[in-house]
Design a protein around this ligand. Structure first.
Ligand SMILES: [Zn+2]
Length: 162
């Protein structure tokens, strides 16, 4: 069976930040998958399902509705390992630009007040009570601070060679 390329990334060496996971050509478009790693695997606690879910909803509100890349966001969703998110973007987008947009996204969450969109009624979501706004805001502020100092050269995955 073919190896899945991202399983060769050395996850024990990942720091919180943004990595270029892969680029695919789909028709005439380049689609980039960014690894938005919010916590360091094995070095920090993973995000709780509640926090992950709140970051998913509020992140989508900003990325899809308010960000300068709104029309190019193909997917924003949590990783099963609960340490971050996959972000798929169409078109040529630099690491610098995506980090800038994600910085704004996580500041938006950190400052968010009020009702979480899509979390009022059961028909809106598959688990509409699974949220923790206060913890999500704290995690978002911490990650926004990480992104302030994130550089393009940091966005290369650490790989295992053996
Ligand atoms: Zn939901």
């Amino acid at each position: 069976m073919d190896k899945v390329a991202t399983f060769e990334v050395d996850h024990t060496q990942l720091k919180p930040g943004v990595y270029v996971s892969r680029q695919d050509r789909v028709g005439n478009e380049i689609v980039t998958t960014f690894d938005v790693r919010v916590t360091a695997p094995y070095q920090e606690a993973p995000l709780s399902p509640e926090v992950l879910h709140t970051l998913e909803h509020l992140g989508a509100v900003y990325l899809r509705g308010k960000s300068p890349l709104a029309g190019q966001i193909l997917y924003w969703g949590p990783m099963g390992c609960q340490t971050g998110f996959d972000l798929l973007v169409s078109g040529e987008v630099s690491v610098q630009k995506i980090v800038e947009v994600l910085h704004q996204t996580f500041l938006f969450v950190a400052d968010f007040e009020g009702e979480i969109p899509g979390a009022q009624f059961a028909w809106q979501c598959g688990n509409y009570k699974l949220h923790d706004l206060q913890e999500a805001k704290q995690a978002a502020q911490q990650f926004a601070d990480v992104l302030l100092n994130w550089r393009e050269q940091d966005s290369m995955y650490p790989r295992r060679t053996n």
